[in-house]
Every structure is written in structure tokens, then in C-alpha cells.
Ligand binder design. Structure first.
Ligand code: GLN
Length: 246
């Protein structure tokens, strides 16, 4: 189906968590990519938001969460804790999720910030995060067995360590990723992709966008009927990103 053709294949509901507080360094672009690629694949995207205090919507097919300042993480933590059983249930039911930086941290067990406060996580991912003195900032390239080279930008003080059973998303070849010591970037669990990378992530990494879309569509409709997408601009952006200094 050519780009831009109206949907004939069904609706996919994409929920963005806490777009007011958890949405920095271009994370909003991830939502735009999912919206655009869903329609290029012939599906109708429906974009929903959940902010603190809102009722959690029903029939969500894909969840997306971005990064935020430590202060923003504190603002949303109570509401996130209230959603914990729902989000844990959806994760175990293989709902696809993309979690970037600040929400990646809070889907883990806890984030001990640099000033010593502990923000509890919701334990979807077995990981913990410790605020460090040195911020990890700059362009990143990381290699993943599923997605090939992943390009993005990191800016975080929290350093994340995965539990023994949790797989990293990728191994860094430029930059730091989860922490300054083990070369892991992000985490992969069921249909969750978690990453420190902003930029935004999905415009330069359409393979991850299509993984999330495929899982959402298969889960809802049984099979995925992809469209043909011209990714030459994304490929050019990837080639350019690979040449950028740290
Ligand atoms: N506040 C967190 C940290 O600095 C997350 C930052 C982010 O989302 N970029 O570690």
C-alpha cells in the first residue's frame, strides 16, 4: 500500500505515558514515528495520553514512555505506582512498550537519585538505577542482535544495572548506555524495548518502530500485513548519525 493511503486494516491505540513530565530531548518524535508508520502500513493510529490523575484507558495496544528530569520523575511517581499492577499485567501479556530513559528507570526496581532520594520503580524490569556524579552525555551507537546498529543520544545521571536474567537491548560501540562500566545499553524483556537513547530514537531506528508495530498488530489481529515504506531518509539519517562525534 503506498505511503499516505487511508487505513483499511484496523486501529492501533498507542498510549503515551506522562507526556507533560516525561518527554525530553525529542522523545515526542517516537509517538510521531509510530503514528506515521502505522498509517504507512495501512493501519489507523489512535494516539492517547495518560497524565497523572487520569483514568487509565482501556484497549491499549502499544505503550510509549519518555525521559524526564529527576523532578519530573518525582511528580509522576505516585500515579505510576497506582498503575503498577495494570502495567505489570500488560507487560506479562506481551503488550509492546517502548520505554526511554526516565521511564525506563522507573519500570525497574528503584532509582536512587544523586541527592539520595529513592524513587521506587514498578518492578516490570529487574534493574536498579543509581544517580552518579558524572552525567553520561553524548551520541551513542550500540549494536543489537535483533535490530542491528542503534543510533541515539544519551543524557542521564542515573546509571542502570540489569539483574542477571534481564537481557540488554544492545552493546555500546560509542558512548556509555546503561552505565559507565559494562557496555550494556537498554533492556529487552517480552515485547518491551527499553533504552537510554533519545534523539528521538525511532526516526533513526525504524526497525525498532516496526518491531513494536508488528507486535501490537499481531497481538490484536493475529497477523501483521506490512506496507512498503521508503526508508531512504531514515537510512541517510543513520549514516549521518554514525559519523557524528561522541
Ligand atoms: N532524570 C534521569 C537521570 O538523569 C533521567 C534523565 C533522562 O530521562 N534523560 O538519570
Amino acid at each position: 500500500m503506498p505511503n499516505g493511503t487511508a487505513n483499511t486494516k484496523g486501529t492501533i491505540r498507542v498510549l503515551q505515558l506522562y507526556p507533560r513530565e516525561m518527554n525530553i530531548y525529542g522523545d515526542w518524535g517516537n509517538v510521531l514515528v509510530l503514528k506515521q508508520r502505522l498509517s504507512w502500513h495501512g493501519y489507523t493510529p489512535e494516539i492517547l495520553e495518560h497524565n497523572a490523575g487520569d483514568p487509565f484507558p482501556s484497549d491499549v495496544d502499544l505503550i510509549i514512555g519518555g525521559g524526564g528530569q529527576d523532578s519530573g520523575q518525582l511528580v509522576i511517581q505516585e500515579d505510576l505506582q497506582a498503575l503498577a499492577p495494570t502495567l505489570r499485567g500488560l507487560a506479562e501479556e506481551n503488550l509492546p512498550m517502548l520505554l526511554i530513559c526516565g521511564l525506563y528507570q522507573l519500570f525497574g526496581n528503584f532509582f536512587r537519585t544523586q541527592n539520595g532520594s529513592v524513587i521506587p520503580g514498578i518492578g516490570v524490569l529487574d534493574l536498579e538505577t543509581h544517580g552518579g556524579e558524572k552525567r553520561l552525555i553524548g551520541n551513542v551507537v550500540a549494536t543489537s542482535p535483533e535490530f542491528g546498529d542503534i543510533h541515539g543520544y544519551e543524557n542521564h545521571s542515573g546509571q542502570t544495572f540489569l539483574g542477571p536474567e534481564l537481557a540488554p537491548l544492545a552493546t555500546v560501540t560509542k558512548g556509555e548506555g546503561n552505565n559507565a562500566t559494562d557496555e550494556h545499553e537498554g533492556a529487552r524483556y517480552r515485547n518491551i524495548v527499553a533504552s537510554y537513547l533519545h534523539g528521538s530514537l525511532l526516526p533513526k531506528n525504524p526497525a525498532i518502530a516496526d518491531f513494536l508495530i508488528r507486535k501490537a498488530v499481531e497481538r490484536k489481529f493475529g497477523s501483521f500485513d506490512p506496507g512498503v515504506i521508503d526508508d531512504s531518509l531514515a537510512e541517510a539519517a543513520r549514516r549521518h548519525a554514525a559519523t557524528r562525534p561522541r
